[in-house]
Ligand binder design. Structure first.
Ligand SMILES: *Cc1c(COP(=O)(O)O)cnc(C)c1O
Length: 856
């Protein structure tokens, strides 16, 4: 039986408390502890029950409590103050970092399939989502004009619980958006704003929810509306749920629906940022729009779209890069190709590394790489790995030239730093440390914090973690129907004084959660040492279909519950942002053991870092660039070797892990001096805060994106669209001309002075003759490509240098000249190449045109 009409019933908030709604509906509370305290202090138990969700909390407070509260002058005053701070925060419009657009309207649309903003908005699964959330928060703090686009999942990501013998089970609670900090987007007449997409001939409608993240609006599409067929209503049920087809449908909605949502909302961002390839269809929709509105050819529109798009790739693990069978893409895009004026095969080729291979699957990462002129990996090492991984998209280019750069991820410090520690930061780093973009200056002052204060704060946080773990464990046992004695035991786990190590992450194979268990005897000896005990807290989910990962969890849990280990090893179920917070704030060491080079970046270690927790990790992802060889900011497992034999690697690295634990970490932690302080440990904590936090935080990251990606992309957009897209049209016809004439271009007579021996710093003059064959000299760049050679005689490293035209030969070739200087000793070589050049062409590689010199 369906009701005839449906109402939302909300409590009657006394007038004086009305501002609580404003605070509840801005996710600023997820990084503002004062706002959280204002809610939580009213009823701590209810606050916990509501999972830190202020909307649900207000809706559930008894009317009587509200009325009493309204009479509390102190409370009402505090509320007014915080409401005023929110207003002040919201009112600032100009970016606090250099950014070309100043009027505050959204310039950048950020697309992501998941967002981790608060534990109470469960539309994330892990690192990718948290990063997206941190990106929005820093954009908000720095006033970068950005909006987010995503999907609103009725059931979110799965929740984990374990059977008594440690096997992971999944459950999917159904969330009520009305009870969340979300508002439904409506037009002036009060009608819902709707987005429509065509999925295999079916008209699919989505409504839009808005989450306000400080100054940044995040729009989330939801297909659970009466306009849709029952099956389609469930399209946005689960994050990463369903089969391959569900994924195509969700990504269609995210990319194509997302661009339409922006239009429906009246927003006109000029730049789009695709956070992972999931949203790459957005590029196609933008192309279609430009073609329709400005009568552009596909090529001109594509150039314009790519020049104003940013793409960030997030994983070298193949399963993390969506690939769809051609038939599946055909079902959804055959008609769409017509809108683009393309044969369907040409559209397919946009998602293929080898456009001529008819069996190759359609890869979202490849599509995104082709539809963006700014591509990046998420750590320096991941940049290198991505260039190698995607070299086939640019077959004629050496790996070093693959146009994928790197911007290392960061975390939003105000979100992740413990409240107690933040209070110390308030005193030592200046009152504005949360929003100050000058992170180097801010965090270098952490040296000033008194050792004793820092240590006492840290110890308090460890104690708080221990309390939290005991409570969670008890709840876990209760829900499993455990015996009374077991419940009592749960009260005894962990020692608030002992060296505590955290290990929490997805149980994906490459993360190697089992490394610690390679030698269980040795591990048990380490943790049960009576004088210098060590304890571990674990958490993490395995993918629902990943039985290997589930077995790892089971193995670990069985050790955790064994008689020998149950006080020192604890596994907490259902890893999420709340558990992550307690852990990264309360442990002493954060352990990470990914198999290099599969961890693109990793951010949980950064959350630990800004809390003075020391990292202990293999040299992969961010740690490969952050770790210092003198161990002053933490420890490395191995030296960044990559092995052929995974089993052997696990063995070697686990031995190193135990050795460092026994010989360095445990002694440093337990070596206490005056005032019972571990001075050497504290020195490392401070070094980690002072030296690493300025770099590995999301203010620095967003500033990097703004400076080297968004700013230039915005300029490209403005330049290419001026005068009815005149420049875009020019660029496209220039491109066509290059494509047709390039075949006849040639290089001959490459000559260089040939001394017997070359000294470092000696110049070598290089000349070459180029047959341009109708191409104008300004349309090409002739380069010397030079560098040190490896043992196989290939370029180990390279530099490029432009040559200048000096004369024309009698038979019409152009003579070019340049001079190179080897800067280090060793085997050295060079060659010459020609690339297309146009002042508006961001990336000379994007045409796939290049001519290398050959032997005469
Ligand atoms: C930070 C975080 C992650 C990402 O951690 P990694 O470093 O990538 O392992 C995953 N899940 C949650 C809940 C987090 O808070």
């Amino acid at each position: 039986m369906q009701p005839l009409r449906v109402y939302s019933v909300v409590p009657k908030l006394p007038e004086k408390l009305k501002p609580l709604w404003d605070l509840a509906y801005n996710l600023l509370f997820s990084w503002n502890d004062d706002i959280v305290s204002l809610f939580a202090q009213v009823d701590r138990r209810l606050w916990r029950e509501c999972y830190g969700n202020p909307v649900c909390f207000l809706n559930r407070l008894p009317q009587k409590t509200l009325e009493t509260l309204a009479e509390d002058d102190f409370y009402v005053e505090r509320l007014a103050d915080l409401r005023q701070s929110l207003a002040t925060y919201q009112s600032r419009k100009t970016a606090s970092i250099p950014f070309p657009d100043r009027d505050g309207t959204p310039v950048v649309a950020y697309f992501s399939l998941e967002y981790g903003i608060s534990q109470c908005l469960p539309i994330y699964s892990g690192g990718l989502g948290i990063l997206a959330g941190d990106h929005l928060k820093s954009a908000s703090d720095l006033c970068v004009p950005l909006v987010g686009i995503g999907l609103c999942y009725q059931q979110g990501f799965f929740r984990q619980y374990l059977t008594p013998d440690g096997w992971q089970q999944e459950r999917y609670p159904i969330y009520d958006f009305e009870q969340m900090p979300l508002t439904l987007c409506k037009d002036a007449a009060g009608e819902r704003l709707l987005v429509q997409v065509d999925l295999k001939g079916e008209r699919v409608t989505a409504q839009i929810w808005k989450a306000q993240v400080g100054r940044v609006s995040l729009y989330l599409m939801d297909t659970n509306v009466p306009e849709n067929q029952p099956a389609t209503r469930q399209l946005t049920n689960r994050l990463y749920g369903g089969d391959l087809e569900t994924r195509v449908r969700q990504e269609y909605l995210l990319g194509i629906g997302g661009i339409r949502a922006l239009e429906v909302l009246g927003l006109k961002p000029k730049v789009i940022h695709m956070n992972e390839g999931h949203s790459a269809f957005a590029g196609l929709e933008r192309i279609a729009n430009f073609m329709a509105k400005h009568q552009l050819s596909f090529e001109a529109a594509m150039e314009l779209v790519a020049s104003s798009s940013i793409f960030t790739t997030h994983t070298p693990v193949p399963a993390g890069n969506d690939r769809f069978p051609p038939e599946l893409i055909q079902a959804y895009f055959e008609d769409y190709a017509k809108r683009l004026g393309l044969a369907f095969k040409v559209l397919l080729a946009l998602g293929r590394e080898d456009p001529r291979n008819d069996t190759e699957h359609f890869c979202m990462t490849v599509l995104a790489l082709k539809l963006s002129r700014f591509n990046n990996g998420v750590s320096q090492l991941h940049g290198v790995v991505s260039r190698k991984m995607w070299n086939r998209v640019w077959t004629q280019y050496p790996m070093e030239d693959v146009p994928i750069g790197a911007i290392t991820n960061g975390v939003h410090v105000p979100t992740w730093v413990a409240q107690d520690l933040a209070t110390l930061y308030d005193r030592y780093l200046g009152a504005n440390w949360r929003e100050d973009p000058d992170t180097s200056r801010v965090f270098s002052q952490a040296h000033l914090i008194s050792d004793a204060e820092l240590w006492r704060t840290h110890e308090r946080l460890r104690e708080r973690l221990v309390g939290y773990v005991r409570e969670r464990l008890r709840d876990q046992l209760l829900s499993r129907g455990a015996k009374r004695q077991e419940l009592l035991n749960a009260e005894e786990v962990l020692d608030p004084q002992a060296l505590t190590i955290g290990f929490a992450r997805r149980f994906a194979t490459y993360k190697r959660a089992n490394m610690l268990l390679q030698d269980k005897e040795r591990l048990i000896r380490i943790i049960t040492n009576a004088e210098r005990p060590v304890q571990f807290v674990f958490a993490g989910k395995a993918h629902p279909h990943d039985n290997e990962g589930k077995r790892l969890i089971q193995d670990l849990v069985q050790l955790c519950t064994s008689a020998q280990c149950r006080y020192n090893l604890v596994f907490i179920e259902d890893y999420d942002m709340e558990i992550a917070s307690y852990l990264v704030q309360g442990v002493d060491v954060w352990l990470n053991t990914p198999r290099r080079p599969l961890e693109a970046c990793g951010t949980s270690g950064m959350k630990a870092m800004c809390n003075g927790v020391l990292n202990f990790s293999t040299l992969d992802g961010w740690w490969a660039e952050a770790w210092k060889p003198d161990n002053s900011v933490g420890w490395a497992i191995g030296m960044g070797e990559e092995y052929e034999d995974a089993g052997y690697q696990d063995f070697v690295e686990s031995q190193t892990l135990y050795n460092i634990l026994e010989n360095e970490i445990i002694p440093t932690f337990y070596e206490r001096g005056h005032g019972n302080l571990p001075r050497n440990w504290i020195r490392k904590m401070k070094a980690s805060i002072c030296e690493l936090t300025p770099v590995y935080n999301s203010h620095r990251m967003v500033e990097d994106y703004a400076r080297i990606a968004y700013g230039p992309a915005l300029e490209n957009y403005n330049r290419l669209t001026r005068d009815e897209c005149a420049a875009a049209k020019d660029l496209a016809s220039w491109r066509m001309e290059m494509m047709t004439k390039w075949g006849n271009l040639d290089i001959r007579h490459v000559r260089a002075g040939d001394p017997e021996q070359l000294h470092v710093g000696d110049g070598v003059r290089v000349t070459a003759e180029v047959q341009l064959n109708g191409i104008r000299p300004q349309d090409v760049e002739v380069q010397i490509y030079s560098g040190r050679l490896d043992y196989e005689g290939k370029f180990a490293q390279r530099d490029t240098l432009s040559m200048r035209p000096v004369e024309t030969t009698a038979d019409g070739w152009h003579l070019y000249m340049g001079e190179i200087q080897p800067t280090e000793a060793g085997r050295f070589g060079f060659t010459v190449r020609v690339l297309p050049h146009h002042p508006l062409l961001l990336d000379s590689h994007s045409l796939g045109l290049i001519r290398w010199a050959h032997n005469d």
